[in-house]
Unconditional design. Structure first.
Length: 511
């Protein structure tokens, strides 16, 4: 069976791969290991470029002997000499191989080299007659022999499906891809450090839940064999994080994966990264200030700009950010008065012609009509950073009711580029109210709403021990990074986005 798998795989090797395999064999026959593991660089191409790039040939003079390693991205061969353009992940740089200068063994290895191989070199830095910076390779070794040829070197990986499926090739060929994903890492690191400085404790809560809760979403199901127990991949960490507030941790956050069994889109992936945080004795007003300072800080300290460009829009991240109630936003963007927005029939009139079942729309309560009008007619227009507050209680099962008007909750959603990026509220800590709202959710689930949650009785019990007044928020890291890096699909900011299963062979290998 093993031989059958191996033979099926090797059947696809083409002529180019055959040539590379033959070169690998020649390396082995000459006593050179084609997958070496004992040669280490002592500098980076970025350092060499920054140190010597601005200097003249005379100013460079004699340099130390540097050890470098990188992937060969281009070969300019002149017979007894060659320039190799290499990439070490920090930058691209030239190696100069010359039969008169490079060691006999090193030049022999060069004869077995292909575009895509990873090489090691030792030498000094100089500038060519044309003013190009290069390393004069005294020694050269092939560290890793590349068997598969890379895409055509000038155009790279252009097929969108292959770009995400073979992300490793995309990153080899497109430095911009690496830069964008590195920028994501910079943003994530800044966010973590921001929370550390604000004295939040980073925690890790379960990924598998016995009850799907914390958000309105359809979960992924799984099964634990030893316990013979049905479980759900978490749709949000909210209820566990609030248990920690009950337990005495006053400021907690978690940055990690959530899973929702929903469709794919330009801004949706079934597994995604969020940061959720909870702050005892704070209100949702405090979180608006906190969020504004966080986002403007990312712009200032990571992006080094106050304005980012996304498609055709310039988004100003400096602040202060707009703050509107949902009713104010609907009134503003539909040219309505507040009295009209408070009228159910007016909302129905605004919603005529939207792509939804008219009978279902007509059966909605005023609060749900308000939310629908906001989502359909307003949301996409919120290009600049905007906080939308005062959500109807019936669509916010975990939020604290407003003291002055219990039909609304103390909640906001944060929008940029017409997208929801964050969701926050002053938390509901009345166990009786929470149980009632869980029960409403359970009724909706029994009626067929697969995004409604079951009653989490343990969480109600936790609230009965007493949770201090608390504010909490979730921010979608993927969407935030999309906006900050002008990425038009979520797949561009996820290392390995979910794709349909690839069938490498026309039929499965069987016995």
């Amino acid at each position: 069976m093993k031989d059958k798998h191996v033979s099926r795989w090797t059947e696809q090797f083409n002529e180019q791969m055959g040539v590379r395999l033959e070169k690998r064999k020649k390396l082995e026959d000459s006593g050179s290991q084609p997958y070496k593991n004992n040669l280490k660089p002592n500098t980076t191409f970025k350092y060499l470029s920054e140190t010597y790039g601005h200097k003249t040939k005379e100013e460079i003079g004699e340099t130390p002997r540097y050890h470098v390693a990188g992937r060969v991205m281009m070969v300019r061969d002149f017979g007894k000499a060659a320039f190799l353009q290499c990439d070490d992940g920090t930058s691209r740089f030239q190696l100069y191989v010359n039969k008169q200068v490079t060691s006999e063994k090193g030049f022999a290895e060069y004869s077995h080299l292909d575009f895509g191989d990873i090489v090691y070199a030792e030498g000094d830095v100089f500038k060519t007659m044309k003013g190009e910076l290069a390393l004069n390779a005294r020694e050269l070794s092939i560290l890793t022999k590349s068997i598969r040829p890379l895409p055509e070197k000038f155009h790279g990986l252009t097929d969108a499906e292959l770009k995400y499926r073979m992300r490793y090739v995309d990153m080899i060929m497109n430095p911009d891809t690496r830069d964008k994903l590195r920028r994501r890492s910079d943003i994530v690191r800044y966010i973590r450090e921001y929370f550390y400085k604000a004295d939040f404790l980073e925690v890790e809560t379960p990924m598998m839940h016995s009850i799907a809760g914390g958000a309105a979403a359809k979960p992924f199901n799984t099964h634990h064999n030893a316990l013979n127990m049905e479980l759900f991949m978490r749709i949000a960490p909210e209820l566990h994080l609030k248990r920690l507030i009950v337990g005495g941790f006053n400021k907690v956050f978690e940055m990690n994966r959530c899973f929702r069994n929903e469709g794919l889109s330009l801004k949706h992936n079934p597994e995604f990264t969020t940061i959720e945080f909870y702050w005892a004795y704070a209100t949702y007003h405090d979180l608006m200030d906190f969020t504004e300072d966080l986002i403007s800080g990312i712009a200032r300290d990571v992006l080094k700009t106050e304005v980012v460009r996304f498609k055709d829009h310039d988004i100003n991240l400096k602040g202060p950010y707009a703050r509107l109630t949902m009713r104010e936003a609907v009134a503003k963007y539909t040219n309505s008065s507040m009295d009209q927005v408070n009228n159910r029939d007016h909302l129905l009139g605004l919603l005529k012609g939207i792509d939804q079942d008219p009978k279902k729309v007509a059966a909605l309560s005023w609060g749900r009509l308000l939310v629908l009008a906001f989502e359909e007619l307003v949301e996409a227009k919120l290009i600049q950073p905007t906080f939308i507050t005062e959500y109807p209680t019936e669509v916010s099962p975990l939020s604290r009711r407003n003291d002055e008007n219990p039909d609304f909750v103390d909640r906001f959603e944060f929008f940029m580029n017409g997208w929801e990026v964050g969701n926050a509220f002053s938390e509901l800590n009345n166990p009786t109210d929470q149980l009632d709202r869980f029960a409403d959710q359970a009724v909706q689930k029994e009626a067929g709403d697969d995004e409604a949650s079951d009653v989490d009785y343990d969480f109600v019990r936790a609230l009965e021990y007493g949770m201090p007044p608390t504010a909490g928020q979730g921010i979608g890291i993927d969407r935030l990074v999309m906006i900050l890096t002008d990425s038009h699909t979520i797949r561009d900011v996820i290392l390995f986005p979910l794709l349909k299963k690839e069938h490498l062979f026309s039929e499965e290998v069987s016995e």
